[in-house]
Design a protein around this ligand. Sequence first.
Ligand SMILES: Nc1ncnc2c1ncn2[C@@H]1O[C@H](COP(=O)(O)OP(=O)(O)OP(=O)(O)O)[C@@H](O)[C@H]1O
Ligand SMILES: [Mg+2]
Length: 265
Amino acid sequence: MGHILIENLGKTYIDRRRKQRNSKDKNRSPGTQVQVLKDINLELEDGEMVCILGPSGCGKSTLLRIIAGFDRPSEGTVLIDGKPVKGPSSDHIFVFQHSSLLPWMTVRQNVGLGLRHMNDKKAMGKQIEEYIEMVELEGFEDHYPYQLSGGMKRRAELARALAVDPDILFMDEPFTGLDYLTHLKIREEVVNMHEFLGKTTLFVTHDIDDALVMGDRIVVLSGRPAKVKLSRKLTYVRPRDFMKEKGLSELREEVFFMLGVHYAV
Ligand SMILES: Nc1ncnc2c1ncn2[C@@H]1O[C@H](COP(=O)(O)OP(=O)(O)OP(=O)(O)O)[C@@H](O)[C@H]1O
Ligand SMILES: [Mg+2]
């Protein structure tokens, strides 16, 4: 299961750089409060892929970290399958913003990281092979990360996340730094995997086209403090084509406009 319910979520950080250092001063300021998220209400159905867009620094990663249990909200609640999130859980796996493969481990060892608890080593090996095959890295099992291209590293990370068979996947700008064609290819693979495995996925991106091509729903956040500006279900069949789907190209223009770009090509 992977149902997520976010109710009245808020997050305020204390900016300690402005905190006065003199501890003897009883009236010293505790630091400036910076409200990042405000009144966020969202519900993700089991198996839904929701793509989150928003201006840089608005709080997208903060929202993901809170839902994943790495950070605590200041207000509101996050329920996963009806239970409040109290901390990180292996049922939900992050695919990090930047390469997170362990450089001293091979592809096989990296993909197997989340499966170390399995007693049946033969079954474990089979599971690792299966996911390496799924991301088309056969033949590279014994390679180290430095021997892989950027796209291959990203695929290995994806295999590592999927191998644990989580209910929920968190992806924070996973395509950053990839060249244009590799980006499109990996995007295609993520869409295929999503259709095949049907995992609840929260995908944070700056790329409006990624969100429109991939998402079962797109959510646009406002600038800080981030609020939900738009939440729209996308029922267009995949693969999606802006040229052929008038509704999709209109929505694309609307989202660009919302994010401050008035002449999108
Ligand atoms: N631990 C922290 N302490 C204080 N402020 C923080 C902390 N983490 C994030 N912030 C602030 O919260 C705001 C939102 O940060 P966040 O990383 O969530 O934005 P984002 O939308 O993911 O940005 P980007 O699109 O650039 O990745 C920023 O202004 C940041 O400075
Ligand atoms: Mg971020």
